[in-house]
Design a protein around this ligand. Structure first.
Ligand SMILES: [Cu+2]
Length: 349
């Protein structure tokens, strides 16, 4: 062989080697990606199991909310398109809230580091579940657990029939939900590790995580048209919507004209329990005195003109009060909610 043939052969061999190598790398990458997806699925699955065991009672079977706010919310969702910084922010917010609980509210602290029952790895699984919105896996976990529950019940029922005893009631998932009536037995989380920043919170709830799909925006449009066609409330009626424009939002007219009695109509639009207080005050809405139960101190705050009962999901209340011209603060006095800025000022002219 002459040298040029040798060189050609070398180049050819090298080329073939590169081809093999390239194909190998590509396949390895694919394999690694598949392994990642598989591993993630496994971790989120563990998150769903943890959710069933620890969170479902307060946050609903599949994150729809109960006495705790909905967690199946788009505000917590991220995708592969979410910018890294934003992803971090959502992650940290959730991780810290879970770790430390929410001071002044019924949300317990979970991290072992602060005396809770979950490791940081487990908290990470839960955060993954929430951020990926894998509530299908939570539903799966529920089914698996209820399977045993229902099996046990069937055995009890058969046994009762044999003994001619009244049949036991079928256990329903609802039995597992904490209700607002139980709140007396729940404890409010003490001040702890300063878990969340209000600014981050407002930022998260201002996120638009997904570009609205055509379908969603079409149905949104018709929804807006519907609301637009709803008549303005008649004179002398103050309509207050709780948790309609955000989990802790109070929505109402900004001002209302005095004269005669004002009818109050209040509605809670979310699964989390809220109530309404109307206060006549010269204090600014953000500087009301609070007490050690994490609520506005109703004894020292001034004259509360209206107080609704605690309203469950969809619950409504009404009342009639005389409002003279001046400034009023509307707020919710469920523990922790005032601190989460669940208040609003209105003027009576
Ligand atoms: Cu509230």
């Amino acid at each position: 062989m002459n040298t040029s043939k040798q060189v050609n052969l070398m180049i050819g061999l090298l080329f073939i080697a590169f081809l093999f190598f390239g194909a190998y790398i590509a396949r390895e990458q694919l394999r690694a990606e598949e392994a990642d997806v598989h591993q993630n699925e496994e971790l989120v699955h563990r998150g769903a199991e943890l959710y069933h065991n620890n969170c479902m009672s307060c946050h609903g079977l599949v994150g729809e909310g109960n006495i705790g706010p909905a967690l199946n919310s788009d505000f917590f969702r991220t995708t592969s398109d979410t910018p890294e910084g934003e992803f971090r922010e959502v992650y940290d917010y959730l991780f810290n809230t879970l770790s430390c609980g929410r001071s002044g509210a019924y949300m317990p602290l979970w991290s072992e580091r602060f005396g809770g029952s979950l490791s940081e790895t487990q908290i990470d699984y839960l955060v993954k579940l929430i951020m990926q919105g894998r509530w299908d896996l939570a539903a799966e976990a529920n089914d698996e657990h209820y399977h045993h529950l229902i099996e046990g019940w069937e055995a009890q029922k058969a046994d009762a029939e044999r003994r001619n005893a009244p049949a036991p009631t079928k256990p329903l998932p609802e039995d597992w939900l904490v209700s607002i009536d139980d709140t007396a037995t729940l404890s409010v989380t003490a001040d702890n590790c300063g878990q969340y920043s209000m600014d981050t919170r407002s930022k998260l709830y201002a996120r638009t995580p997904f570009a609205p799909s055509d379908e969603a925006s079409a149905s949104n449009e018709s929804a807006t048209q519907e609301t637009a066609s709803v008549e303005a409330p008649p004179e002398g009626v103050l309509v207050v919507d709780l948790a309609k424009d955000g989990p802790y939002a109070i929505t109402s007219a900004d001002s209302i004209s005095a004269g005669g009695d004002i009818k109050i109509q209040v509605k809670n639009n979310a699964a989390l329990v809220h109530n309404l207080r109307i206060l006549r005050t010269d204090l600014s809405a953000d500087s009301l005195p609070t007490n050690d139960q994490a609520i506005v101190d109703e004894d020292s705050v001034g004259e509360i003109l209206y107080a609704s009962e605690d309203l469950q999901n969809g619950g409504e209340a009404s009342g009639e009060i005389a409002l003279s011209p001046g400034s009023y603060v509307l707020f919710c006095n469920i523990p922790g909610h005032y601190q989460l800025r669940m208040y609003k000022t209105i003027n009576v002219e």
